[in-house]
Design a protein around this ligand. Structure first.
Ligand code: NDP
Length: 297
């Protein structure tokens, strides 16, 4: 029997677990606040930001939003970030990526106050995570850990293969999986576009995390019987639908489901978890700023 992990349900549990803490913080005069900043007219980015704002509203986080024209001077973005850094009502800042080419992305990541960096991409927070002392775990890898926990997947001693080595998914989930910590202790191999024989690696794995951005790259015959398969990919492929496309993951779901013990669907797997963990980090930031201890789910 294959378990198809319901990311929407696990994410709802995380949100439910946050609500009480949010009210505790609000009673102490520190209702968590998340500011989103968008400097793009890309419809996908606009959708992501509006979903994040909706999520805030749903759990009682104060959402605020700043929009800048894509051709505005880079300094406008840095001034906006400086204002948000100084605003005591803002506990978390999220600058929606990608930013336009004329803006130095690394400078943006460095400009956000590390205590408000709820994406977990500031070099200080990356360093703390690598050193085993995370302040904010990046949302997608953290969400993956929550999914593994929800399915009682044993990571300790497991052979894990991560497909992809990006700064936002591949590297941080690799890092978390190798930590000497709960939901870590896995023997982890990282694959990427120069990996010689991907299938030979994934076939050995008890846990496969696919984060390559290649539609249906990982097929059932590349998996060990009973493996746990976490599909991070979100790819639009042309389809005979109203929108003219459909979303598929980096895993060929139907064939993989035949072999896997546990598998996440796309959509409805990792995606909702990423959104929930942003709320989690915002609540954590508010609690630390206000020095009000709370329980986190
Ligand atoms: P990037 O494009 O930044 O990184 C992709 C990685 O996959 C690179 O390391 C690349 O290797 C590797 N790769 C590409 N092709 C292959 C291949 N054929 N075999 C092995 N490795 C390969 O992507 P992201 O990490 O940002 O995102 C990955 C996917 O996850 C995307 O579909 C994205 O939309 C999705 N995503 C989903 C999220 C969610 O919440 N569900 C959140 C973030 C991303 P190399 O380094 O050599 O180029």
């Amino acid at each position: 029997m294959t378990t198809v992990l319901d990311g929407n349900a696990v994410a709802a549990d995380v949100r439910d677990g946050l609500r009480e803490s949010i009210e505790t913080l609000a009673d102490a005069g520190a209702r968590p606040g998340l500011a989103t900043v968008l400097m793009s007219d890309d419809p996908a980015s606009e959708t992501y930001v509006s979903m994040k704002q909706r999520d805030c509203e749903e759990v009682g986080i104060d959402g605020s939003h700043v929009e800048l024209a894509p051709d505005a001077p880079a300094e406008d973005l840095f001034d906006t970030v400086a204002d948000l850094n100084a605003d005591p009502a803002v506990h978390g800042i999220l600058v929606q990526m990608p930013v336009p080419d004329h803006v130095d992305k690394r400078r943006v990541l460095r400009a956000i106050d590390p205590a408000k960096d709820v994406d977990g991409f500031h070099p200080e927070n990356v360093g703390r995570m690598v050193a085993g002392d995370p302040r904010f775990k990046p949302c997608t890898p953290h969400g993956i850990q929550k999914l593994l926990a929800a399915a009682d997947v044993e990571t300790e001693g497991a052979d894990a293969v991560v497909v992809g080595r990006s700064d936002i998914v591949g590297k941080p989930i690799t890092n978390l999986l190798i930590q000497k910590a709960p939901l870590g202790n896995a023997t982890t191999t990282v694959c990427h576009s120069r990996t010689r024989d991907l299938a030979a690696k994934t076939r050995e794995a008890d846990i496969v995390v696919a984060a390559a951005g290649v539609p249906e790259l990982v097929t059932g015959d590349m998996l060990k019987e009973g493996a746990t398969v976490i599909d991070v990919g979100v790819n639009r492929v042309e389809a005979d639908t109203e929108k003219g496309y459909e979303l598929v993951g980096d895993v060929e779901f139907e064939s993989a489901k035949e072999r896997a013990g546990v598998i996440t669907p796309v959509p409805g797997g990792v995606g909702p978890m990423t959104r929930a963990m942003l709320l989690y980090n915002t609540v954590k930031a508010a609690s630390e700023r206000a020095d009000v201890p709370i329980d986190l789910p």
